[in-house]
Design a protein around this ligand. Structure first.
Ligand SMILES: NC(=O)c1ccc[n+]([C@@H]2O[C@H](COP(=O)([O-])OP(=O)(O)OC[C@H]3O[C@@H](n4cnc5c(N)ncnc54)[C@H](OP(=O)(O)O)[C@@H]3O)[C@@H](O)[C@H]2O)c1
Length: 310
């Protein structure tokens, strides 16, 4: 049995992926969801699936899960993700939410589960929006990802004259971080294979849920009709099929970025292989995770009680 953990399995690409994986007799699924009831309801419709609660925007939630997990994994698919275009948002741990959910949380989950994914794959979900040279993404208002510093991004600093532009910039940057992190981790370790899958534009998913009503309407109807005429568009089901093939038949090659058809992506930004950028992004991300751990440990109830007792 190959156990595959998929985050964000309640809808969109994640739901299509677990449905497609369930067709394989030797696959057992772990659906990571933030709404456990919803996850359990989906698990019941599958043959060999269980639901677990993880909020990928909460490092505490991730730690609570990884400290309990004790089974080998064939793959971890860090699919959960969001785009916030209706204003600034921060997690309870005071990290800008897009960065927390799309990059820092998935990295913490991958590192926490690494001993269990030994010899297996960790696949992050990227996006063509990370690439500043992607003209199609530019037409939708994406200017590409920009890494300033992890601290600045965690404080929510970005450019953009309105909420929508700021949200798109943060999203594209989070996907740049996802992609470059996989490339850099592939340089640093062979314990597991780290790769990115770019599913292409998949109109109609929940990704646009914070967009204004007219943009949501375009996303869930008009774009669905126009999409087949455009390059690099897909559907959750079609992209899920390519990802299943990669996960089951492989080989997932460490450090690679795959496109929605399962081939090596032609949408990867040429700067993504810069080792200096990879080093900065991963070093600063690890430092952020570690400082967060110290911070929460210092404020954990037992410590607080101890401090009061002193
Ligand atoms: N749609 C596209 O065109 C497109 C293109 C490129 C890349 N992608 C990427 O594909 C992935 C899937 O997106 P989608 O389009 O399928 O969007 P979606 O329909 O909104 O699905 C996103 C999933 O992530 C989960 N999620 C969001 N925040 C979470 C959190 N804090 N903790 C746990 N789970 C969380 C959602 O759970 P809930 O149901 O609880 O909200 C949902 O299951 C994302 O990484 C996205 O960036 C999408």
């Amino acid at each position: 049995m190959r156990t595959i953990l998929v985050t964000g399995a309640t809808r969109g690409l994640g739901l299509a992926l677990v449905r497609a994986l369930d067709a394989h007799d030797d696959v057992a699924l772990v659906l990571s969801v933030r709404d456990l009831e919803a996850g359990r309801a989906i698990a019941k419709t599958l043959r060999r699936a269980e639901a677990v609660a993880i909020d990928t925007g909460s490092l505490a939630s991730i730690r609570a899960f990884t400290s309990r997990w004790d089974r080998p994994l064939h793959a971890l698919v860090n699919n959960a993700g969001l785009q916030i275009t209706d204003g600034d948002s921060f997690t309870d741990e005071r990290i800008e939410t897009t960065l927390a959910v799309n990059h820092l949380g998935p990295l913490a989950l991958a590192l926490g589960l690494l001993p269990h994914v030994r010899g297996g794959s960790v696949v992050g979900i990227g996006s063509g929006t990370h690439n500043p040279d992607n003209q199609a993404a530019r037409r939708f208002g994406f200017r590409g990802g920009k890494f300033t510093s992890l601290e600045a991004l965690a404080r929510g600093e970005t450019d953009g004259t309105n909420d929508q532009a700021r949200g798109r910039n943060r999203y594209a940057t989070s996907k740049l971080l996802t992609t470059v992190t996989a490339i850099e981790l592939a340089r640093r370790t062979t314990i597991a294979r780290f790769a990115t899958f770019d599913p292409g534009l998949m109109p109609g998913t929940g990704l646009a849920r914070t967009a204004p009503w007219y943009a949501r309407a375009v996303w869930s109807s008009v774009l669905g009709w126009v999409a087949p005429l455009m390059d690099d568009t897909s559907t959750p089901e079609r992209s899920a099929r390519s990802l299943v093939k990669l996960l089951i038949e492989g080989p997932v090659m460490s450090g690679q970025t795959y496109g929605h058809d399962g081939a090596i992506s032609h949408r990867l930004w040429k700067g993504a292989h810069d080792p200096e950028l990879g080093k900065r992004i991963v070093d600063e991300s690890l430092a952020a995770l570690s400082s967060h751990r110290h911070h929460t440990r210092a404020l954990s109830p037992s410590r607080r009680r101890m401090r009061r007792a002193c």
